[in-house]
Design a protein around this ligand. Structure first.
Ligand SMILES: [Zn+2]
Ligand SMILES: [Zn+2]
Length: 304
């Protein structure tokens, strides 16, 4: 059998060579395992680390520059390749290529991307991609810095001035609760607080936050809840009406075991259900009242 030679480098071909008249090395350089763009431009939010290629901001799992870069490379460059082929990728940051802007934001970095066909040590390829960064504020963070953006409102109310302490305590608890949510997801925050007679209005960044706060309050307090929505415009892109949701939360001015004077008779608050209050007098007379009753009537708590 006559010897065959690589058409490109002239190496003698053996039985393992691909049948294209080329050695494996030359074949792979003519037909690389993958082909990535030489450059990738990314917007990175200087406050929260979210990144985007166009308008869609993605919150990274970790707000640390190198982990954000890895995540972005996977999402924008490697994900389609990993799906199609069975390639294992590894990334190496070229530390010497780091360039910073005058304000010390990372401007660009080169990343060597190596890929190996699964199950083959010979079929591999590597390429350097240069990442260019545009340090800006994402939509959420610019709203946050502006401090005027809100989507929904919770109105916290107590019956009268006697219960201002209750509002202060509740506000404290809500603040702690929202701080924790914000750490996990910077889209959730209280945009502003507005002092009102017998309460406080909370302007919230999302409807989701409004629902979370209500759920949180339900686990600890009894209150009258009223939801309203107001048409504020139209999202022409989605063809949907836009509403502003408002929830009024009126805290019940009594607690379990309070002693209350009703028609010259003392009652103990025995239990509070979703919408009723069950009272019992010293003579064992049972009385059931709606929440509304305690807001409309002048209730005397004997402890005060
Ligand atoms: Zn060759
Ligand atoms: Zn941001």
């Amino acid at each position: 059998m006559p010897h065959r030679f690589c058409a490109i480098c002239g190496t003698r071909l053996d039985k393992d060579s691909p049948h294209f008249g080329m050695c494996l090395k030359c074949y792979l350089s003519e037909n690389p395992l993958f082909d990535l763009p030489k450059n990738l431009s990314l917007n990175i939010c200087i406050d929260c680390g979210s990144y985007s290629k166009k308008d869609m901001w993605i919150l990274p799992s970790e707000n640390e520059l190198f982990s954000i870069i890895k995540e972005a490379i996977h999402r924008f460059l490697l994900k389609p390749l990993i799906k199609q082929n069975k390639i294992d990728f590894s990334l190496k940051f070229e530390e010497n290529s780091l360039k910073y802007s005058s304000k010390d934001y990372l401007k660009s970095i080169e990343v060597e991307i190596k890929g190996n066909l699964k199950g083959s040590s010979e079929i591999k390829h590597k390429q350097v991609v240069k990442l260019n960064f545009n340090p800006i504020l994402c939509k959420n963070c610019s709203n946050l810095r502006g401090g005027t953006y809100f989507i929904s409102i919770i109105q916290l109310r107590v019956k009268d001035e006697k219960y201002t302490d209750l509002i202060d305590n509740i506000l404290n608890e809500i603040n702690k609760f929202v701080d924790k949510l914000f750490e996990k997801d910077p889209r959730q925050y209280i945009s502003k607080l507005v002092d009102q007679k017998n309460g406080m209005d909370l302007y919230l960044s999302t409807n989701e936050l409004m629902n979370s706060i209500i759920k949180f309050l339900k686990s600890k307090y009894h209150f009258l809840l009223k939801r309203t929505k107001k048409l504020i415009g139209r999202d022409s892109q989605k063809g949907k009406n836009l509403y502003r949701l408002k929830t009024s939360v009126k805290f019940l001015p009594i607690r379990i075991n309070d002693e209350i004077l009703i028609s010259n008779e003392y009652y103990i608050v025995e239990s509070i259900t979703k919408n009723k209050i069950i009272l019992r007098s010293k003579n064992n007379i049972k009385l059931i009242k709606d929440y509304d009753y305690f807001f409309s009537e002048n209730i005397m708590r004997s402890k005060e």
